[in-house]
Design a binder for this molecule. Structure first.
Ligand code: URA
Length: 203
């Protein structure tokens, strides 16, 4: 009974989405990061060692959204630090991006236990941080790395892989998650073709 009550109050904290985003944007990037580090709006904080806020340029052309921090990200506080990170670096190199061109974060800032996918309720609770980051960094294009990123950023849409769309005033492109390229090497060539077709979006 007690547990159910605790969950309910965590969910209540997810209300007033627009208002929260606006407040965060007005407060500025440092406050977004500070609030995300102190956040207890969903249960994920209970098992997190470090919050993983994001890394990269403060004036990016490309804003990547991954899924969730994994084990090494949880330990270091740095997104895409492990094997998937090496794959993302290769992808970024193939895209022709330099360090000041890109930023990466995840749908949630805390690692889900046992590396499970983040739940819809957790993604929703964390979304004001994500939207505030996008608003403040104002990239040319948002690249969704896989289906979880799509569920977070455009939950009401089903995008085609490698086909850009306009969503809430931003250009959005869904590409394969770097981890998918590790498990299915044949996707590397397909991903490169998606990148080749869309280069003008970030060049
Ligand atoms: N590391 C991250 O930060 N995000 C992912 O989605 C995978 C690995």
């Amino acid at each position: 009974m007690k547990k159910v009550k605790a969950m309910a109050s965590e969910e209540e904290n997810c209300e007033n989405f627009e208002e929260r985003v606006l407040k965060l944007v007005e407060a500025g990037y440092e406050t977004v990061a500070r609030e995300a580090i102190a956040c207890k709006r969903c249960p994920l904080y209970k098992s997190a060692i470090r919050r993983v806020i994001g890394k990269g340029s403060c004036n990016p052309k490309v804003f990547f959204i991954g899924e969730a921090p994994g084990k090494t990200e949880n330990e270091t506080g740095i997104p895409f630090y492990g094997r998937a990170g090496k794959q993302l670096d290769k992808m970024v190199e193939y895209m022709g991006l330099s360090e000041e061109d890109w930023f990466v974060t995840n749908t949630v800032k805390c690692r889900p236990p046992e590396n499970r996918r983040p739940k819809a309720s957790e993604i929703e609770c964390c979304k004001p941080f994500l939207v505030a980051q996008i608003t403040l960094l104002d990239p040319k294009i948002i690249i969704l790395l896989g289906n979880t990123a799509e569920k977070s950023y455009c939950p009401e849409r089903k995008l085609e892989w490698g086909v850009p769309v306009e969503h809430e005033g931003k250009t959005v492109l869904k590409l394969y998650h770097p981890a998918a390229l590790i498990y299915t090497a044949s996707k590397i060539e397909v991903q490169r073709a998606f990148i080749d077709k869309n280069r003008e979006l970030w060049q």
